[in-house]
Design a protein around this ligand. Structure first.
Ligand SMILES: Nc1ncnc2c1ncn2[C@@H]1O[C@H](COP(=O)(O)OP(=O)(O)OP(=O)(O)O)[C@@H](O)[C@H]1O
Length: 277
């Protein structure tokens, strides 16, 4: 059974904006999935629907086979955590420790367990040494990591992340993807992330869904999705630079375009393998 199943006919905001229509997608246990789309394509709305924050749509969204609109929020948040685009919308306690401890305390954990969960979660996101720091003393990327730690401390098995690499510099973007890859691969966390970053992100993801004007227009492995540059342009996206480069090189050598997906796949395997070393 998929962990999340979305069969959505339509969702409109109260002002009549049709934000999503005809969305059919499933997230399996252990998946690392991207929702790729340009600004305003509906990514945030879709994540909020998966997290049960938005209701009133035509269709059905199931979490482990149960209708999210009928589940108590507590039962959703036991399994699924949403990381907001802007960490300042999520973090509110004064220190890194206190913020990460909020969820486990709220779940009724005793203080020694809270401490254990917080330490483990902060170590998972490479923030253990910042436990005593004030939230306002952190960089933007560090704040994003603390947001993730707060959800891991509650034991979430599914992370929904809204633009986790937005606002990060190239190294920060790489390190964030490396962190998510580690959580997915080593800790079994199912990851769904919304993004408009076509460069680094598709190298790490298992599957991609392209969202355009509220509709899913294409889906598959990164290799499959990035075979059609014209289609990407139609939805205001482009080929990743690595694919563009490979395409140009191969094109000049007269290698057919159909060979490119294999090469993107090989690049991805090499990078992920190198990270594991
Ligand atoms: N509260 C709202 N009321 C009315 N329309 C809304 C509301 N929130 C979002 N929308 C509209 O719904 C559509 C999808 O918005 P959404 O925020 O889901 O897109 P997005 O892909 O996450 O965009 P971005 O990449 O810019 O964050 C857009 O047309 C947006 O203007």
């Amino acid at each position: 059974m998929p962990r999340i199943s979305v069969e959505l006919e339509q969702f409109s905001y109260p002002d009549g904006t049709v934000a999503l229509a005809d969305i059919h997608l499933q997230v399996a246990r252990g998946d690392f999935v991207g929702i790729l789309g340009s600004n305003g394509s509906g990514k945030t709305t879709l994540l909020r629907i998966m997290d049960g924050l938005i209701k009133g749509y035509r269709g059905k969204v199931l979490l482990d086979g149960e209708d999210v609109t009928r589940l108590h929020p507590r039962d959703i948040y036991r399994k699924v955590g949403l990381v907001f685009q802007n960490p300042d919308d999520q973090l509110f306690a004064s220190s890194v420790f206190e913020d990460t401890a909020f969820g486990p305390r709220n779940m009724g954990c005793a203080e020694p367990e809270v401490r254990g969960r917080v330490e483990e979660a902060l170590a998972s996101v490479d923030m253990a040494e910042y436990a005593g720091k004030g939230i306002q003393q952190l960089s933007y990327g560090q704040k994003k990591r603390v947001c993730i730690a707060g959800l891991l401390a509650m034991g979430h098995e599914i992370l929904l992340l809204d633009e986790p690499t937005a606002g990060l510099d190239p190294m920060g973007e790489y390190r964030m993807m490396e962190l998510l890859t580690r959580l997915n691969r080593d800790q079994g966390v199912t990851v769904v992330m919304a993004t408009h970053s076509v460069d680094l992100v598709p190298i790490f993801l298992h599957r991609l869904h392209i969202l355009s004007r509220g509709r899913l227009v294409r889906g598959g492995t990164p290799e499959e999705v990035f075979t059609a540059p014209e289609e990407l342009e139609n939805v205001k996206l482009r080929l990743p630079h690595i694919a563009e480069l490979i395409y140009r090189l191969k094109h000049e050598e007269g290698v057919p375009f159909s060979r490119i997906p294999l090469t993107i796949g090989a690049a991805r395997r090499e990078i992920v393998e190198a990270m594991g070393r």
